[in-house]
Design a protein around this ligand. Structure first.
Ligand code: TYM
Length: 337
């Protein structure tokens, strides 16, 4: 059976990058021949300190975003990571399978730890092993994510392969990443060389799913561009893209929101001043996101409804995870007296 697992950190609001790079695809994949699990990865979120008073509400907000974006809890399993202890239990075993050298190569750790590497949490360093556990505790075969998660998914395959070969079994599948769409890497509105991120200190750098129409309009109006008009064609090379990162980023967002290709967007707006293009981009962003925002706000007024969905999701997830963990314990030789 084809099984999908994917996760999102409840470390702040949900951004347009999360939506276009991941969540929108998650909703569509439900209609295909997959069994889907979608998880608020709160154990990953606390690898960087989270205010314990705010974290439950952040977890509910991210859940509300998924539901509002069309993820149906009757078809997909929707839950939070800490409610299924098997994730952390398998992660420990994977800490013993993965190698320190593999972790040292992770670019996301280097970026997040920055100059203060010695002071980063051990959890942040081991983050990819927990991520491998999230996926493999369900023996998921496919993982839909944005481009930034590619390296972590390669490590997940390495962990599966090493576990299988260390223990002489053919137990864990080699998971396939699903990275597709016009916006696999949405960039910051203030700096086209940086990813749009919920942890960026500037709220102007991102569009949040919870933003109202005026806020979206203001952020797009102030989004950084260069003095040239809209490009007349998609970038022919990485160098060309790097020369005008903000311009191509806004075009990519428009393409993703309207389900068009970058070439079609270039045909439509090429040569126009950015002020005109920004107006059109605001209109489509508000049209696509408005209904999602409204439903998110409605759900957030009903936290009991969200908690009930998460509770049922955790039960369903545990039913799959528990027998797999038992088998893993047997393979590893951990006594279950
Ligand atoms: P997170 O919470 O940073 O992001 C959730 C999803 O959104 C995608 N994404 C983006 N896509 C395009 N442009 C952007 N600017 C952008 N920002 C974020 C991410 O690629 C991701 O798909 N480590 C993961 C969470 C995780 C996970 C897992 C994912 C934990 N366990 C197991 C898949 C499978 C993360 O931090 O995602």
């Amino acid at each position: 059976m084809k099984r999908i697992f994917s996760g999102i950190q409840p470390s702040g609001g949900v951004t347009l990058g999360n939506y276009l790079g991941a969540i929108r695809n998650w909703a569509k994949l439900q209609q295909e021949d997959y069994h889907c699990l979608y998880c608020m990865v709160d154990l990953h979120a606390i690898t960087v300190f989270q205010d314990p008073k705010a974290l439950p509400q952040q977890t509910r907000e991210v859940t509300a975003a998924l539901l509002a974006a069309g993820i149906d809890p009757k078809t997909s399993i929707v839950f939070n990571q800490s409610a299924v202890a098997e994730h952390a239990q398998l992660a420990w075993i994977f800490n013993c399978v993965a190698r320190v050298g593999w972790m040292n190569r992770m670019t996301q750790f280097k970026e997040k730890a920055g100059k203060h590497r010695e002071n980063a949490s051990l959890g942040l360093y081991a983050y990819p092993a927990l991520m491998a556990a999230d996926i493999l505790i369900y023996k998921a075969t496919h993982v839909p994510v944005g481009d930034d998660q590619k390296q972590h998914l390669e490590l997940t395959r390495d962990v599966a392969q090493k576990f299988n070969s260390d223990y002489g079994v053919d137990y864990f599948p080699l998971t396939e990443p699903l990275i597709y769409g016009a916006a696999t890497r949405v960039m910051s509105l203030r700096d086209g060389s940086k990813k749009m991120s919920k942890s960026d200190p500037s709220d102007m750098s991102r569009i949040n799913l919870i933003d109202d129409a005026d806020t979206i309009a203001g952020k797009i109006r102030k989004a950084k561009t260069d003095p040239e008009p809209v490009p007349v064609a998609p970038p022919a090379s990485d160098e060309e893209r790097a020369a005008r990162p903000e311009a191509y980023n806004l075009m990519g967002i428009y393409a993703a929101l309207t389900d068009k290709s970058l070439a079609e967007v270039a045909d439509e707006f090429g040569g126009a001043p950015f002020s005109a293009f920004k107006g059109a981009l605001t209109d489509v962003a508000v049209a696509v996101m408005g209904p999602i925002t409204a439903e998110m706000r409605r759900l957030m007024d009903h936290p009991d409804e969200i908690d009930a969905i998460l509770r049922r999701g955790a039960e369903d997830a545990r039913e799959i995870a528990a027998p797999i963990l038992r088998e893993v314990y047997d393979i590893v030789g951990l006594l279950r007296p």
